[in-house]
Design a protein around this ligand. Structure first.
Ligand SMILES: [Zn+2]
Length: 210
């Protein structure tokens, strides 16, 4: 299980922020309906803090600076991104090709994210203090309520276009189905967390045998 911040209400066990993000709609496939963990814009900011995509200062600036209307739009956009990602990742995990409409929606998010960043050079690069001198900077957009959406889009794009995509799995527990990155040596991880879903399913099977 990944390290989580003590104040976090989110269980970050996916191994990648884009997958933890998809898991923020809990019990996604439950007959009784899912549980929304991103209940408001503040919850989205808490999530961004928990996965390390925003620091405390950046999150507070957005919490204080975004108008109510902008916060509502930002949250709506974040949920739309999340559901497009869910459609793609669950299709992929099931061996299906994602629908073109979903890919189109994702592409729009990725394009918006790339329009709101600037390429900067870290001065320390020449002295070998950083691995690379170039990085994407979004300081100029630090007060825009969509900033979390752009950061999540960038993280998701990196995963989607990388070799790591082949490691994306859905938890084998029917009532969970959380996504995670299977980095186990033999690629045999079945559960989001063994101590939660793994043990519960084992107990159920044991019951069924008796
Ligand atoms: Zn699970």
């Amino acid at each position: 299980m990944a390290e989580t911040q003590p104040q976090s209400r989110f269980n970050l066990c996916a191994g990648h922020p884009a997958l933890d993000f998809v898991n923020s709609l809990d019990n996604r496939f439950r007959a009784a309906g899912p549980i929304e963990l991103l209940t408001d814009y503040g919850a989205l900011l808490s999530f961004m803090r928990a996965v390390g995509l925003l620091d405390q200062r950046e999150a507070r600036r957005l919490a204080d600076g975004a108008s109510a209307a902008a916060a509502v739009r930002g949250l709506r956009s974040a949920r739309a991104l999340r559901e497009a990602l869910a459609a793609v990742f669950y299709a992929h995990a099931a061996g299906r090709t994602p629908a073109p409409a979903v890919l189109g929606a994702l592409a729009r998010h990725f394009h918006a994210a790339s329009r709101h960043r600037e390429l900067r050079w870290a001065p320390g690069a020449a002295k070998g203090q950083r691995r690379s001198g170039a990085h994407w900077d979004r300081t100029r957009f630090g007060l825009r309520a969509e900033l979390p959406v752009w950061l999540l889009s960038q993280a998701a794009e990196q995963l989607l276009l990388s070799q790591q995509l082949s490691q994306v799995r859905a938890c084998a527990a029917d009532n969970c189905r959380w996504l995670f990155l299977d980095t186990s040596r033999n690629h045999t991880r079945r559960w989001c967390q063994m101590q939660v879903c793994g043990n519960r399913m084992k107990a159920r099977r044991f019951q069924a045998r008796r």
